[in-house]
Design a protein around this ligand. Sequence first.
Ligand SMILES: Cc1cc2nc3c(=O)[nH]c(=O)nc-3n(C[C@H](O)[C@H](O)[C@H](O)COP(=O)(O)OP(=O)(O)OC[C@H]3O[C@@H](n4cnc5c(N)ncnc54)[C@H](O)[C@@H]3O)c2cc1C
Length: 324
Amino acid sequence: MHAFDYARATEPSQALDLARRPDAAFIAGGTDLLQLWKAGIARPELMIDISRLALDIVKPRDDGIAIGALARLSDVADHPIVQARWPLIAEALNAGASAQVRNAATIGGNLLQRTRCAYFRSGDMPCNKRAPGSGCPAIGGENRSHAIFGGSPHCVATHASDLAVALAALDASVRVAGPAGSRLVGIGDFYLLPGDTPQRETVLGQGQLICAVDVPATAGRAAYVKVRDRASFEFAVVSVAADLVIDDGIVARARLAAGGVGTRPWRLTEAEAALIGERADAAAFDKAAAQASNGAEPLAHNAFKVELLRRTVRRALQVAGGKA
Ligand SMILES: Cc1cc2nc3c(=O)[nH]c(=O)nc-3n(C[C@H](O)[C@H](O)[C@H](O)COP(=O)(O)OP(=O)(O)OC[C@H]3O[C@@H](n4cnc5c(N)ncnc54)[C@H](O)[C@@H]3O)c2cc1C
């Protein structure tokens, strides 16, 4: 392991000051960064420990909830108000990782975890995300777990966070602080498509800090359905977050987002549109599900995700629609 400097920040402003060094990285729970560091994929020269910052508060308001970036995943999933009013968040968090990881991992770190693409994680393979210009062996190689939406000739890695999929369906925003002040970024604008710069995954600049996630109020009926290769401790093959508002049996609002299929959390806008104004029944759910994979561009080994996504959407709609 290479030598590095360590600093523990006690205030966000101090963390931002320290992060002016271009070779610095924040560490929160460390559950992703340390893996990447051990594998030689991340090599910060200055480790800024932000885990003690007072950014771990979960604050409900009339118009929504603010979830501190350093709140632990397990604390948020167990929060009684999150469970009662934003069950989609609790369900998505509990569907991820293991209890031990959720006890250590934080909200901000979860949103910024790197892809699970095996070529990215294996330090000795080419990867445009890790070593720009070196190539993307997933495109012509083993790509069962890769994206069917949002890929480019340079990268087809999927985004890994379950939480981000739920937040996409809830139209949440990310509160970001930097040397020039703070700003609120809609989750739909937060993640970048790989294009020809797959190493850039979000709009965050070097040294910018996620302070919180703001989630608007919802009266929706929600469900998070995650399909994975084993029942726990596993990333999504396909996942769907659904948030429905049903008035008098008619779908008044539908928000659907998918994980495991896109290079970023993927909103299923055509399936959403197919639901509006329809009676919330099996026929409408089938019709919407049929639209879910529109525009998909499967690779050699992941065409099964096209149909799996439709079925997962149908299941999420059935579960959400069946809630009182
Ligand atoms: C075995 C295993 C299984 C997993 N399964 C799942 C799963 O099924 N679903 C899922 O969603 N996740 C899963 N994860 C990922 C896990 O949820 C993430 O590793 C975790 O959420 C990262 O949070 P952290 O606080 O540990 O981040 P860290 O590892 O500390 O940091 C991750 C990245 O975020 C940056 N960072 C952290 N906080 C901030 C901040 N506030 N502002 C700016 N930058 C910041 C760090 O610099 C680093 O680049 C799994 C992880 C493991 C190890």
